[in-house]
Design a protein around this ligand. Structure first.
Ligand code: FES
Ligand code: MG
Length: 591
């Protein structure tokens, strides 16, 4: 249970009302007065609430938070708090080079310093675009002051010629159409642009919808709030309620460590399978768990998540988009179905002070085409398979996006229906792939497994979303729309590619992927969870000796100071790709 905080115990009092240190108190006060706050306000014993603002012109997905923050302010004021809004390092998933993945830990670091080093009693975390959500949650977990997340919400549904066009998902489809000569460049851009009709984040079940849904499932945002589309009036209303609630959370001393328990993570893993969530989720939730000091090994995703059916019919695994998800009941309707099967730890406490069971039990599905009842899922056992073998210690595969075509071609061996095997073609980074994919000399056949390496947290600093590789144009024309892909990078949550990704350790730290050569044979057994290159230990050892003699796997030089700093301390994706060393700083607001 949480304790109660009295006005004199507010941490902001150390700045603004500290008789033992009147010199510094005067100094702190005079500067926060200069934009119009009064002495009375600052010394009234009211909680100071930060709004961690992730929206800006550089971050279009989160930009609507600039508007929503006004309603948050009204809520905070009405509940008796004072607002101090501040910027968070912007992260735009699609706009940041070389990859937005590089900036998650940077935004985390920056926010830790702000939450720890300034007079804040509680914080509203404005979340949305892929990496903004984990960065904010991770920082709040480390500092451990009362915190509540506010999603910006998805965009409205995209439409083109009467069909839903979903963020990202349409890009993968349009690329194939362009490669096959079915559309020209102008139509390609028109088609992709149609998927973005309003403010908000990606309207598909990509990493943004996933992470915002999981934030609610973890208990870190108000029940029912994650799925509300950005432009809806309900989004304004929940912003106001979020502002009101954080003030009470400060008085109740309800902190991230009270909410982010092992039960909360287990609930989120189950929900991730049911929603068809992104393969980025294990990276981010592992990172969050480590920063709050909860042990959630990567294998947990298979143990708790694999057998959970897919209930949410959103692209890329299904057909609908964000507005439909909200109308069908959003996260509470999904959680309610899972509660009915005993799959949710109902006692996990959430930001509204109630348990997830109290919040979600009995919530009805409003449209069963979009959110299926547990008894009629879109797919059984739709979670992630966690693989290991001589190729890597861990990698994951999202089973809910394995197509019929893929199942028929690769999983139809009658002796061992879950194993497939083939020769590999190896690409060193996305540039190499783009350069050679359509060249027939590359030698890709329908049996080929495509390997992407040099794309991990060290190799392509931050880990690029590039493992989902389309087949060469000549195979697409022949009707082959997917080949198995394996890589040490990530994959966009909006992609339906049958990929084995997040492979750890990556090539850049001399993981086995660095030893692969085009033509080697690789065997994958999904039921056993194994992935092996069919080479002897002696051959692998000899290749490793050669690689080390040559100075290790070569990757591009750092282009910025942060790339170099992160490369020196970042861990692998199987353990969250956090800044190793940062983990020991936990609950620092209390120390
Ligand atoms: Fe920002 Fe998808 S690019 S949410
Ligand atoms: Mg993404």
């Amino acid at each position: 249970m949480t304790s109660q905080t009295t006005p004199s115990q507010l941490r902001s009092r150390a700045w603004f009302d500290n008789p033992a240190n009147i010199d510094m108190t005067a100094l702190y006060l005079e500067r926060y007065l200069n934009f119009g706050l009064s002495l009375d306000e600052l010394r009234s014993g009211k909680p100071i609430i930060g709004i961690a603002q992730t929206g800006s012109d550089l971050s279009p997905c989160n930009r609507h938070h600039l508007v929503l923050a006004e309603r948050v302010r009204e809520g905070v004021r009405e509940a008796g708090g004072i607002v101090i809004e501040f910027p968070v390092h912007p992260i735009q998933e699609t706009g940041k080079r070389p990859t937005a993945g590089l900036d998650r830990n940077l935004a985390y670091l920056g926010l830790v310093e702000v939450l720890y080093g300034y007079p804040l009693d509680g914080v509203v975390l404005t979340i949305g675009c892929d990496k903004t959500t984990p960065a904010a949650l991770m920082a709040a977990a480390t500092v451990n002051i009362p915190a509540i997340a506010l999603s910006v919400g998805p965009m409205l549904n995209g439409w083109h010629k009467g069909e839903r066009t979903g963020s990202g998902t349409i890009v993968w489809k349009a690329r194939q159409m362009l490669a096959a000569g079915e559309i020209d460049d102008a139509e390609f851009i028109r088609l992709v642009a149609s998927s973005a009709p309003s403010t908000g984040y990606c309207n598909t079940m990509g990493t943004a919808t996933t992470m915002n849904s999981l934030t609610e499932a973890l208990g870190m945002s108000l029940p029912g709030s994650a799925a509300i589309p950005a432009p809806y009036r309900d989004r304004q209303e929940v912003s106001y309620l979020t502002g009101k609630r954080i003030v009470d959370m400060v008085w109740e001393d309800l902190k991230p460590s009270d909410i982010l328990t092992a039960d909360a993570f287990h609930n989120a893993i189950v929900v991730n399978s049911a929603i068809g969530g992104s393969t980025n989720a294990p990276i981010h939730l592992t990172a969050l768990a480590r920063h709050v000091g909860v042990d959630v090994p990567i294998k947990t995703w298979q143990e708790r998540g694999l057998d959970v059916p897919l209930l949410v019919n959103l692209q890329p695994a299904g057909e609908y988009l964000g507005e439909d998800y909200y109308r069908a009941g959003g996260v509470p309707a999904v959680v309610s179905q899972l509660i009915g099967q005993g799959l949710i730890a109902e006692g996990a406490i959430t930001v509204n002070g109630k348990t997830i069971g109290e919040n979600c039990r009995g919530v009805e599905i409003e449209d069963e085409k979009v959110i299926r009842p547990f008894a009629q899922p879109l797919m059984d056992a739709a979670g992630f398979v966690v693989l290991s073998g001589n190729l890597f210690e861990s990698a994951i595969m999202k089973t809910s996006v394995i197509s019929e075509e893929f199942r028929n071609r690769y999983l139809s061996n009658p002796d061992d229906p879950d194993a497939f095997e083939g020769p590999v073609v190896v690409f060193d980074g996305p540039e190499d792939y783009h350069h050679r994919i359509d060249d027939r000399a590359t030698g890709i056949t329908p049996e080929t497994l495509l390997i992407m390496r040099g794309a991990g947290p060290v190799g392509y600093p931050g880990a690029a979303e590039v493992v989902n590789m389309r087949p060469p144009a000549h195979l697409i024309v022949d009707g082959i729309h997917s080949l198995p892909c394996i890589g040490d990078g990530r994959q966009s949550g909006t992609s339906g590619s049958p990929s084995i990704l997040n492979a750890s350790p990556e090539a850049a730290v001399n993981g086995t992927l660095a030893l692969l050569r085009t033509g080697d044979r690789v065997r994958i057994d999904l039921r056993k969870g194994t992935a092996n290159v069919l080479l002897s230990d002696e051959e692998l050892a000899a290749r490793r000796a050669d690689l080390e003699a040559a100075g290790g796997y070569a990757y591009p030089a750092s282009q910025t100071p942060w790339q170099e700093i992160q490369r020196a301390v970042v861990g692998q994706m199987g353990t969250g790709a956090i800044l190793e060393g940062a983990e020991k700083y936990q609950r620092i607001a209390q120390t």
